[in-house]
Ligand binder design. Structure first.
Ligand code: GLY
Length: 388
């Protein structure tokens, strides 16, 4: 039974990662560059072009502070931990790729346009204060000075020091460039030929398999006696991974564009590469790849409500993506009940934020290093105790 390799082993495992989105790429980066491990990355589609490409790039732990009922109770801690890892992660990616990772440590603003949104921000502020997490209460006048692009209807808000941003498309490009330059990394454009013997999942030449294919993780194929089955037949916890479509757009960032990330309710504006991203819809149980004109227009108008001068800004791009979810809105990270089979999927709205910490946790487990108490609570095995 493969149970992780000891820290000082001269015989390093070879790891197969299925899914070359930001989670798979970040894990490959962690293993190849920081742990000296050989990795094969499999994807049937172009690397990094799924949810990692569709995302807005917010690194936003504070928004998980006042979680609704049913959300994993340690998600906020995991988000804070990963946000702390981002600066060094970004530096390493930039050093090893020679490209910008697009990371910017500029604090985000969360603002309220009505009493309901103000109450939500008050709840976030209360948790942040109790936890000693830096943030600042702002009046409407403060906000008008700090971010003149904002509507005068804004009642007040918070400056969130923990919440920053990254140009996720640049991150993906830089990760790919670094990984392509590494002799320890092999890319395979196609499916991994997984087979099953005696209840275990195998891939020739590999010691550990990590399923990291976002919302498509449950349907990764496994062959047994000439028949093709889905991975969920071996790891039934994967049945809990669901999908949440998101549609969004970007407009040209001219006069009247915000300089910071601004959030109000479910709408957010993110400055990125000379544009402002306006996101996003949240459409449970839906898979789409083409944005819908009327949905995009409604979203654009919500963005304009927040920053009125965006009204005349030309739309530069419209797109749609699919977030992978789980019942407690937190990812599955860790070894499954099938030895040697790991899962890193279900990151819901926080895939970009949680990429560095996910990579560290899975790398630690595969290499037989101690896994902390926080990390252990994200095991995919929790799905069984929830239904027990
Ligand atoms: N992270 C923002 C979203 O999923 O819409």
């Amino acid at each position: 039974m493969f149970r992780g390799f000891p820290r000082n082993s001269s015989s390093q495992p070879r790891v197969a990662i299925i899914g070359a989105g930001i989670i798979g790429l970040s894990l490959a980066f962690e293993l190849a560059y920081r742990r000296g491990t050989r990795v094969t990355l499999f994807d049937t589609r172009p690397a990094g072009r799924g949810a990692s490409w569709a995302a807005a790039g917010m690194i936003a732990p504070a928004f998980e502070a006042a979680a609704e009922e049913g959300v994993h109770p340690r998600l906020f801690d995991l988000c804070l931990e990963s946000a702390r890892l981002w600066p060094a992660f970004s530096e390493d990616i930039e050093r090893l790729s020679g490209l910008s990772s697009g990371f910017e440590a500029a604090p985000a603003l969360a603002v309220a346009l009505d009493a309901g949104e103000a109450a939500h921000l008050a709840a976030i502020s209360q948790v942040l204060s109790a936890r000693g997490v830096a943030h600042r209460q702002l009046t409407g006048d403060d906000l008008a000075q700090m971010e003149p692009a904002l509507s005068r209807d804004v009642l007040g808000g918070l400056e969130l020091e923990t919440d920053t941003r990254v140009d996720n498309r640049r991150t993906v490009r830089a990760l790919l460039a670094a990984l392509e330059a590494s002799p320890r990394v092999t890319f395979v454009k196609g499916a991994a030929s997984l087979t099953s013997r005696n209840g275990r999942v195998h891939l020739d030449g590999h010691d550990a398999i990590v399923a990291a294919a976002g919302w498509e993780t449950p349907v990764i194929k496994v062959a047994e006696r000439g028949q093709l089955y889905s991975l969920v037949n071996w790891e039934t916890a994967l049945d809990d991974i669901d999908c949440h479509a998101g549609q969004m757009l970007s407009v040209a960032a001219g006069e009247g564009a915000p300089e910071r990330v601004v959030r109000a309710g479910h709408v957010y504006l993110v400055p990125r590469d000379g544009q402002v991203v306006i996101g996003a819809t949240m459409e449970p149980d839906r898979v789409i790849d083409t944005p819908e004109a009327e949905v995009i227009e409604a979203l654009r108008l919500e963005g304009v409500k927040l920053c009125p001068d965006l009204a005349g800004a030309p739309v530069t791009e419209r797109w749609a993506g699919v977030r992978p979810g789980t019942p407690d809105h937190a990812p599955f990270i860790g070894e499954t009940v099938t030895p040697g089979l790991y899962v890193a999927a279900g990151h819901y709205r926080n895939g970009i934020l949680l990429a560095p910490v996910t990579a560290q946790i899975i790398a630690d487990q595969i290499l037989g290093q101690a896994v902390g108490e926080l990390a252990a609570t994200f095991t995919p095995r929790r799905a069984y105790s929830a239904t027990a």
